[in-house]
Design a protein around this ligand. Sequence first.
Ligand SMILES: [Zn+2]
Length: 299
Amino acid sequence: MSGHIRTTILSFLSAALVLLGGSLSAIADSGLADPAKAAFADKLYRLDCGHSLANDESVWTPGENVGRSIAFSSTCWLIQRRNEWLLWDTGVPQSALNDPKGWSTLPKLIVYHLDKTITEQLAAIRLKPNDVTYVAISHTHGDHIGNVNLFPNSTVLMQRAEYEWISSPDGPNDNVNQLKALARKLLGTPKNLKLLDGDTDVFGDGSVTLVSTPGHTPGHQSLLVHLKNSGFIILSGDVVHLQENFEKNTVPSLNTDKAASIASMARIRQMIATYQAKLFINHDKAQSDTLKLLPAFYD
Ligand SMILES: [Zn+2]
């Protein structure tokens, strides 16, 4: 083959690959599973993964509520799909259990308390940490990955962008630098770590889908769950912290990318419309207090 022909073929092939990649990502962006074809997960349980008190709500609502304290919930979710289990986020470290001093990710701003362990909540439905196939984490803030180390045999699902971010050099925001250092410590080196590049259909049938929603952190993700009786439910991660922030498009000052945060909230709004989905907001205590708690479940 002459050099010229080889070059022509190679450039044709690479153009075709670019085209293919572009169209695949366009499909991924425009819609995840077809709502009419998505299979069902069996059960969705809410676990109490801690609660916290912050001394300045304006960190989450810039320009408003300066110096006002606010209480947040910390929520983990457990999903059964046939004989497999997926845990979504792992909450505040179990070492904080019943510690009156509490535990913190940013001691000057927020203190977390833990009243129940994940282990005892799993035991209430006769599960052990070893029964959990997947531990999927929305992002690497300490109140979401505090107990990843309880699941050494599970496959940890996180976005590659998140993993690369916590390993990257420090930036100008000290709070963010502190959060990254804590993330490296809490995450450690999981034995079975699967790094994802964007939206991921966990079981390959549309029942449970990780949805890329960057902005709070660079590799933040949310979770779309499909249930027979409850329909589609979106688990927020920290794409938004409070219902009011979602309504007003408010971006917390700790978020790493404001424009991406707004785009991710818009994406969630689009999904709510497409899937007729409910949005369960992890840290919105007023909402969380109204939701079913393990051993009760959504199906
Ligand atoms: Zn967070």
